[in-house]
Design a protein around this ligand. Structure first.
Ligand SMILES: Cc1ncc(COP(=O)(O)O)c(C=O)c1O
Length: 415
């Protein structure tokens, strides 16, 4: 058989990828998406992320001349942090990066320094630790099986391999055990205390963490990756003014492009900037930085604030429906965009993984999750995590959420 050459062959090869993208688009359109860390971005975010900015190298930070030009247009912008690019031709890139920083300060009502270059939430956490810690320093954070993230000190992650980790957890009701956190802080005298989680459904008392950090002379860092949208909309207390460093992803409740951000007090700005570049990354993904700027613009609108209020109301509605049907919810409810169903007492024959797989077969996507005092391995887990940020973007109402809870119950009862 003659091998097809030239343009036709190249197009066929590329079609393989574009066909798969089309199938994924269809899956996203058709499925019920309940993964708490996912969302659907706007056409403008997609446009910026798919733009020609992907062609440009821009290692470093905006040039002094660009900053001065930006400040002539936006006189209330106060520049902090490192200055200077390693490549020419960066004037448009500089403007976009400065605008992203400016708009994120507006979105979170803060004057903290912002670094918009971290490629992801994990890269943001890596750079944040590097900025203020030495290898071997102690971090006090929430354990993975109680709702923390891999980058909060898991032994298989750089964080657990580089730093000495001490963990606090949740009490018997599933709430953060603040007394335990303080006792451990007094005992281990950490260099940094970290608040924030991937699977915690209640308000986090940042003031309480900050007081303990001050008591033991530790840095206080907040990873608000999951709840960033709620912080921006005023549906969760803000860490700004309390934390020394705040990291986040931009793609969960913030409903933006995939990526990370680091906010910090002005006095840490240069340390944070140099921990990102050249400390842990090379050139920024400037198309993603542009998409982050669009994300920030969108987060400043009344429509976005109304969206987040709906996310919280929808999550409560679905959680309430499960409670009424007799399901056990970790902490007995939710204050944010997610909740955890603990199947271990009500459905001891089912693991979280079995429920995840069966729902997948019905076009409902969610993820298994460990529950407090987990008896199963994390691969199976005894719970599932449900979030409503994505389906609220699709226009779901509280009635839709209650109906979906009943459908999930029907599927689980048939297992
Ligand atoms: C609390 C928290 N921090 C950090 C991250 C890491 O983000 P990324 O997947 O972009 O590296 C996540 C991701 O789920 C998260 O939940």
């Amino acid at each position: 058989m003659r091998r097809r050459v030239g343009r036709a062959w190249r197009n066929t090869v590329k079609d393989t990828v574009f066909d798969a993208i089309a199938r994924e688009e269809q899956r996203q359109n058709n499925n019920v998406e309940l993964i708490a860390s996912e969302n659907f971005v706007s056409a403008d975010v997609l446009r910026a992320a798919g733009s020609v900015l992907t062609n440009k190298y821009a290692e470093g930070y905006p040039e002094r001349t660009s900053i001065e030009a930006f400040q002539r247009q936006y006189p209330d912008y106060v520049h902090t942090g490192s200055v200077g690019r390693y490549y020419g031709g960066c004037e448009n890139i500089d403007f976009i990066e400065l605008y992203a920083r400016y708009m994120f300060q507006k979105a979170f009502h803060t004057d903290y320094h912002v670094n918009v270059q971290p490629h992801s939430g994990s890269s943001a956490n890596l750079a944040a630790y590097m900025a203020v810690l030495q290898p071997g320093d102690t971090i006090l954070s929430m354990s993975l099986d109680n709702g923390g993230h891999l980058t909060h000190g898991s032994s298989v992650n750089f964080s657990g391999k580089t730093y000495k980790m001490v963990f606090y957890g949740v009490d018997d009701n599933g709430y953060i055990d603040y007394e335990d956190m303080r006792a451990k802080a007094l005992q281990c005298r950490p260099a940094l205390i970290l608040a924030g989680a991937s699977a915690y459904s209640r308000i986090i008392d940042f003031a309480r963490f900050a007081a303990v950090a001050q008591e033991v002379g530790a840095y206080f860092m907040v990873d608000m990756a999951h709840i960033a949208g709620l912080v921006a909309a005023g549906d969760h207390p803000s860490p700004f003014g309390l934390a020394d460093i705040v990291t986040t992803t931009t793609h969960k409740t913030l409903r933006g492009t995939r990526g990370g951000l680091i906010f910090c007090r002005a006095e840490l700005a240069r340390k944070v900037d140099s921990a990102v570049f050249p400390g842990s990354q090379g050139g920024g993904l400037q198309h993603v930085v542009a998409a982050k700027a669009i994300t920030a613009c969108e987060a400043c609108t009344p429509e976005y604030v109304a969206y987040i209020h709906r996310v919280v109301a929808n999550t409560r509605a679905m959680c309430d429906e499960f409670i009424q049907m007799g399901y056990q919810i970790v902490t007995g409810g939710t204050d944010n965009h997610l909740f955890l169903i603990d199947l271990s007492n009500t459905h001891p024959h089912l693991s979280g993984r079995m429920v995840q797989d069966e729902l997948d077969r019905h076009g409902i996507t969610l993820n298994k999750n460990c529950v407090p005092n987990e008896k199963r391995s994390p691969r199976d887990a005894s719970g599932v995590r449900i979030g409503l940020a994505a389906m609220t973007t699709k226009g779901w109402s509280e009635a839709d959420c209650r109906a979906c809870a009943r459908k999930i119950d029907e599927i689980i009862r048939a297992m």
